[in-house]
Design a protein. Structure first.
Length: 495
């Protein structure tokens, strides 16, 4: 605890964002480059060294947050990087993409703004790369055992890196043409520039991990055949089966799933396309769904030059403060948050009829109507009460040339035949069944991440990857020294 009075004398200061008018004209990250390091040591000083750090419990990775806060406050960046990487393979990902449940569990947050844990994490990760504190760590010797990891999202990459470092020969199979899963084609560039991802992939290649892209297991290579070629298989395909909206007019053209829209915008940033065939340019856009994926669509549509963008959230607008009765500290509360995309929409007034920024709260879609050519032109909605029951006399119509459905995901996609070919058992909600050791009903086949847990956060995905790696290592060798931060049945803190 470098400054025992830091939490009393230093106010919270977040990494500043670039001006809205500037950042919506490009796809660079929204934060001011170089503006974090000058403030971060003082922000780390705000950590109370509270003795019972609930931030540990709020973070499924068990990040050593008070330790690296203290090291950052003393500007010992090498030691801070060592502490951070001891529990997290990819802190530059979580430092940009995680909603920071650790900050909700910060003891200081009981009656003050929490420590900027997420910013400190990002600063350490970026400084580690800049100063050469994140070199490849190839194993001293090989075990002679082989593992196939299906899926290259955060779970698959974390599992692959841990198993490679343990000495096993690991190949990652990815259905897309580039590694990264949703981090590659789902997360917009303005939230995380892809050079952060490329840097980790090159580190993993140098450590010995092999990558097989454009390979759909179950179609391009049989799942049973793949199992026979490896000593163990980890299924980390994610939960990509999107939820549908069954209302009249859904068949109209111009109504797309968010994960049909976002990858095309990312491919433009990758240089694969000059413009997206689903571009929002000049269109009235309505996003159905109030979560992070909807916000990603919002920021993307704004940058593409949409005529208007409105986001519908079926829940009522939350308050600015935690409801201590329903969501007491240290749980992660549902409060009104202003993401970078919502800030942009508010300042640019992309949705004049919205309740706040670009969002209409307590709004449920009734139907779509289109023109004579079968293209959507309007979305009809109604306000709902707390039990999602329509409220009479609240119907409204929004112009809609492009509708994006961001309603979440139900489980792994079954179209590739992977689950059926292996004969995997599944849960009623569609996720893959596994036991306490991450093992499926098929010997040598393990399941981790959203494919088994269901849709979750990136920090849980990485924790799953680390934990399943320990389980696979134990299966292959009889014991394991790899960390296992969570079990398959752990869940976020709740009342």
């Amino acid at each position: 605890m470098a400054d025992p009075k830091g939490f009393m004398t230093t106010p919270r200061q977040d990494w500043p964002r670039r001006p809205v008018e500037e950042r919506v004209k490009d796809w660079d990250e929204v934060y001011v480059p170089g503006a974090l390091l000058p403030i971060i040591s003082k922000q780390a000083d705000r950590c109370m060294d509270c003795g019972i750090p609930f931030c540990h419990d709020a973070c499924p990775l068990g990040n050593l947050i008070p330790e690296w806060n203290d090291l950052v406050s003393r500007e010992d960046w090498r030691a801070a990087a060592d502490r951070l990487h001891a529990t997290n393979n990819f802190p530059e990902f979580t430092g940009r993409l995680c909603p920071a449940p650790c900050e909700a569990g910060c003891v200081l947050a009981i009656n003050q703004p929490a420590v900027t844990i997420k910013n400190v994490e990002c600063a350490i990760a970026d400084r580690a790369w800049a100063d050469g504190f994140a070199p490849p760590r190839p194993p001293d010797r090989l075990s002679g055992r082989t593992v196939a990891v299906i899926g290259s999202g955060p779970t698959g990459l974390a599992a692959a890196q841990q198993l490679t470092r343990a000495g096993h020969t690991v190949a990652v199979y990815e259905k897309d043409d580039r590694i990264g899963g949703l981090m590659r084609y789902g997360i917009p560039e303005f939230k995380m520039e892809k050079h952060h991802l490329e840097r980790r992939i090159e580190q993993m290649r140098a450590e010995g991990t092999k990558f097989r892209t454009s390979t759909v297991v179950g179609r391009d290579v049989g799942a049973a055949e793949l199992r026979s070629r490896y000593d163990a298989v980890v299924i980390a395909t994610g939960a990509t089966a999107w939820r549908e909206l069954q209302v009249p007019g859904r068949e109209l053209r111009g109504i797309q799933q968010a994960m049909e829209y976002l990858p095309l915008a990312n491919r433009v940033c990758e240089g694969d396309l000059e413009t997206s065939p689903m571009s929002a340019a000049g269109k009235h856009v309505v996003i159905v769904g109030g979560g992070d994926t909807g916000a990603d669509c919002l920021g993307t549509a704004v940058r593409e030059g949409a005529a208007s963008v409105t986001q519908l959230d079926i829940y009522a607008q939350p308050g600015a403060e935690r409801d201590e009765d329903a969501e007491p500290w240290p749980t992660y509360p549902k409060i009104y948050r202003l993401s970078a995309a919502h800030e942009e929409a508010r300042d640019l007034e992309t949705a004049p009829a919205a309740d706040a920024d670009a969002r209409l709260f307590a709004a449920s879609t009734l139907r779509f109507t289109g023109d004579a050519d079968g293209h959507v032109r309007s979305l009809h909605l109604v306000e709902v009460d707390a039990r999602r029951r329509p409220m009479p006399g609240t119907g409204r119509t929004l112009p809609a040339d492009l509708v994006l459905l961001a309603l979440g995901f139900s489980g792994p996609d079954r179209q590739d035949g992977l689950i059926e070919q292996l004969g995997l058992e599944t849960e009623p909600r569609g996720t893959i069944t596994r036991d306490v050791g991450f093992a499926t009903n098929v010997p040598g086949v393990f399941a981790a991440g959203d494919a088994a847990r269901g849709q979750s956060l990136i920090v849980w995905a990485i924790a799953e990857g680390r934990a399943v790696a320990a389980a696979v290592d134990r299966y292959l060798t009889g014991s394991s020294r790899l960390p296992a931060p969570i079990s398959p049945y752990d869940r976020p803190m709740s009342v």
